[in-house]
Design a protein around this ligand. Structure first.
Ligand SMILES: O=C(CO)COP(=O)(O)O
Length: 253
């Protein structure tokens, strides 16, 4: 079975009510390939989740940008996986490098969050990726394998997991990984899943790329055999997000 192309839009900590309405209106009008060809998931900040969910076209879904590591309770400022399920939010992004770096989320903590969110019935976009320093010292595969291992040790069913490879040096920098660099890591990750999880999980798990994806580089990246879609930051707030979604046609052609 083929891997359906996946395009996520991570809005991060951006947007006002007016801007959100405008972005959703633009996306609602966009012509994109059918749901059979591409899965589109938008991730607005928590406070806009309900609003976006309610006014978004029915072929697009929403994701939260984080969820608490266990059952809700006395954890001021956190949002639990149960709450997201209750709200009808199907997806959550976990382990984004901004949270790993700025909020010191460890591989183990991210793995625990992924396992908990899945157990509650959420689907997870799990982010991994190396820093520039790690890439330059030649440890990219080691780093992403360790991040993936912490997830694999805690997860038995990978059906609801999308792995997002986001090299930290490419995020918000305008410096996109070359198609070859992306393919090399995606292929390495698929090999890792093959050896350490199972051939089925290796062939069915979608591995998407994130880091300065735009309408001008999305097609060439989508041509890579192991690139199954994107997690888009800055460009997901712009009308060009529609063109990025259309990169799915590269796979279905
Ligand atoms: O972090 C990202 C998506 O999660 C990528 O961000 P940019 O597309 O802005 O580089």
């Amino acid at each position: 079975m083929g891997r359906k192309f996946f395009v996520g839009g991570n809005w991060k900590c951006n947007g006002t009510t007016e801007q959100v309405k405008k972005i959703v209106a633009t996306l609602n009008e966009g012509q994109v390939p059918s749901e059979d060809v591409v899965e589109v998931v938008l991730s607005p900040p928590f406070v806009f989740l309900s609003m976006v969910k309610d006014c978004l076209r029915s072929d697009f879904q929403v994701a939260a940008q984080n969820s608490w590591v266990k059952k809700g309770g006395a954890f001021t400022g956190e949002i639990s996986a149960e709450m997201l399920v209750n709200l009808g939010v199907p997806w959550v992004i976990l382990g984004h490098s901004e949270r790993r770096a700025l909020l010191s989320e460890s591989n183990e903590f991210v793995g625990d969050k992924v396992a908990y969110a899945l157990a509650q019935g959420l689907k997870v976009i799990a982010c991994i990726g190396e820093t520039l320093e790690q890439r330059e010292s030649g440890t990219t595969m080691e780093v992403v394998a360790a991040q993936t291992k912490a997830i694999a040790e805690r997860v038995t069913n990978w059906d609801d997991v999308v792995l997002a490879y986001e090299p930290v040096w490419a995020i918000g920098t305008g410096k996109v990984a070359s198609p070859e660099q992306a393919q090399e890591v995606h292929c390495g990750l698929r090999d890792w899943l093959l050896t350490n999880v199972s051939p089925e999980v290796a062939s069915s798990t979608r591995i998407i790329y994130g880091g300065s994806v735009t309408a001008s580089n999305s097609n060439i990246l989508a041509h890579q055999p192991d690139v199954d879609g994107f997690l888009v930051g800055g460009a997901s707030l712009k009308p060009e997000f529609i063109d990025i979604i259309k990169a799915a046609e590269v796979k279905s052609a």
